[in-house]
Design a protein around this ligand. Structure first.
Ligand code: B12
Ligand code: SF4
Length: 487
């Protein structure tokens, strides 16, 4: 059986504040079809200190391709380091890139000499067709959804429309040691899964709105498959809680209801939490629906609010209003589930007043609903292909011209030059302080060092944040030094 080697590059900064790894759903999903016919090997850089040795060993088996996955940001740097190593060790091995970044920036990715082929968008079918073509020496132009080089020219074979998830085989769990990816959330053995992909909404900062992709077309696993998946991970691995990574779980309310009923009646010893739910969905559904959510053991729902300023919500086309946010929160307060509200800052045109409105909203949500938690106020990072990106370009943002540049493009390092200098400082201080006001202990398996620091610093962070008292903030510099030594 021919071999295919998959490598998941480390994600950088996030590794240092987390005590566990996320199941690498992206690259594992991409492998679901090829796993049926090839000898697939998987290396997770975060787990393998000596990954280079392992890669070398696999290269001796002459894999038909080596594949890496990358999100925009630090993961690209690790993917580049990996690709460089492969080139050095075996210059003819085909290097394939996939994942969110190559999907939104395929041309620049394929132009890099450390990439031979880019898989754009959903991996399952394209990756399978590609492996087949490489194995049988067939022309790459027959594989829809890829970018490749031919006689020095870049070729694109056209966009592939995404498949029906229900038709995909189950994830190839056997490729990983599942215990490495089962942290304890809420004291329960947890695993990441998905039940849907994409989102039809139009938020101007979100990768789902990138024009050249099919991400806005929402597609989902059926309630039956979702329940079967949950049952499988419970019975095989002892999983007690499933964390759905969906960007918008509730697009089809009937489907979501059927899943909740299935969990309640067939899997009542299991729990779940979900990433993607919109505030207007909570506002829309009736109380029986929320009762069912609780009865199906949903411990947490993560809701993107993004800003407490209506001006900013309108700018980013979030299509929600402030009243809805408070109304939905009060409605949720009657139920035994914990909403975690996600916020962002540093959007273009944001002022001190907008930021203050966000901070006020965070405190008010917790006051109105003691079970409510808030995320870190993540700094807006522009992604190419989104509507807001064009604005920040006009406002002075210098687009990275290389993959390395995009590797350094993350909130830790991007200078928000679309904002006045004074506001940049406010944004950075807000982000830093918000890290200490999150609900990480119960919902997120954070590293012990981070949790200890959080406990000590929380009262100061609360005072500074509430009053926007950011004078003499030496703390971010200090923590940067600590993190650097810790990494
Ligand atoms: C879990 C998660 C994380 C985890 C780890 C993710 C990982 N890759 O290991 C952590 C917490 C570390 C993380 C961090 C961040 N994340 Co995140 N994260 C997610 C989340 C919620 C789920 C990822 C997932 O498992 N998806 C399910 C899989 C199946 O989808 P997929 O990865 O796209 O994979 C498919 C294809 O892309 C393709 N594919 C993927 N890999 C490969 C490889 C090959 C070889 C091939 C052929 C195909 C292929 O096939 C897959 C199946 O079809 C997504 C949202 C989402 N639902 O996707 C955001 C998401 C990936 N994150 C995002 C962002 C913005 C971030 C942060 C920048 C957030 C922040 N402000 O700090 C950081 C970046 C960290 C860094 N330094 O790089 C964006 C990515 C945007 C972008 N341009 O890359 C997403 C899409 C959310 C969003 N809608 O904006 N994240
Ligand atoms: S609702 Fe969420 S996932 Fe959907 S487009 Fe907006 S930010 Fe993206």
């Amino acid at each position: 059986m021919a071999e295919v080697l998959l490598i998941k590059p480390s994600t950088g900064w996030y590794d240092s504040i987390k005590s566990h790894l996320d199941l690498p759903l992206g690259i594992l999903s991409a492998a679901t079809l090829i796993d049926q016919e090839y000898d697939v090997k998987f290396i997770d850089q975060q787990l393998e200190q000596n990954w280079k040795e392992k890669v070398k060993k696999e290269l001796d088996q002459n894999p038909i391709l080596v594949a890496v996955s990358a999100m925009t940001g630090g993961q690209i740097l690790k993917a580049l380091e990996t690709a460089e190593f492969i080139r050095q060790e075996s210059k003819d091995t085909k290097i394939v890139w996939g994942g969110p970044h190559p999907t939104i920036m395929p041309l620049q990715t394929i132009k890099d000499q450390r990439a031979d082929i880019v898989v754009q968008g959903e991996g399952e079918e394209t990756f399978y067709d590609l492996a087949k073509a490489l194995e049988k020496d067939k022309p790459l132009k027959e594989v829809t959804g890829i970018w490749y080089k031919e006689n020095g020219n870049v070729r694109f074979t056209g966009q592939r429309h995404y498949g029906d998830p229900d038709k995909f085989p189950m994830l190839p769990f056997h490729l990983v040691n599942i215990k490495d990816y089962m942290p304890s959330y809420f004291g329960l053995k947890t695993i990441n899964l998905e039940s849907s992909r994409g989102c039809p909404f139009r938020c101007t900062f979100c990768k789902n709105t990138v024009k050249e992709t099919d991400y806005r077309r929402w597609r989902a696993w059926s309630p039956k498959t979702t329940i079967d998946y949950m049952r499988y991970v419970r019975d095989e691995f002892g999983v007690e809680l499933v964390h759905f990574q969906d960007e918008n779980f509730f697009v089809n309310l009937k489907r979501a209801k059927d899943i909740m009923e299935g969990i309640k009646t067939e899997l009542n010893d299991m729990h779940w939490i979900v990433n993607g739910i919109r505030i207007d969905t909570i506002d829309l559904v009736n109380e029986d629906y929320l009762k069912l959510l609780v009865e199906s053991n949903c411990l947490q729902i993560k809701i993107g609010v993004e800003s407490g300023s209506q001006k900013i919500l309108d700018l980013i086309k979030k299509d929600i209003n402030i009243d809805q946010v408070y109304r939905a929160n009060r409605k949720l307060a009657k139920f035994d589930t914990s909403p975690l509200y996600n916020f962002m800052c540093g959007f273009p045109y944001e002022t001190k007043e907008d930021l203050q409105a966000t901070i006020n909203m965070m405190f008010k949500l917790k006051k109105d609903n003691p079970k409510a938690q808030t995320s870190a106020v993540n700094m807006y990072t522009p992604y190419p292909g989104t509507e807001l990106y064009d604005d920040v370009l006009k406002m002075g943002f210098k687009e990275p011209k290389t993959l390395e540049g995009w590797g350094n493009h993350s909130f830790e390092s991007v200078e928000p030059m679309w904002l006045p200098k004074e506001h940049q400082k406010l944004v950075k201080s807000t982000f830093f302080l918000s890290l200490f006001l999150t609900g990480y202990e119960s919902s997120y398996a954070s590293s012990p060092i981070f949790l200890a620091a959080k406990k000590m610093y929380e009262p100061i962070a609360k005072f500074r944040m509430k009053n926007m008292f950011f004078k003499a903030m030496i703390e971010p510099k200090l923590s940067e030094m600590v993190l650097k030594n810790y990494q």
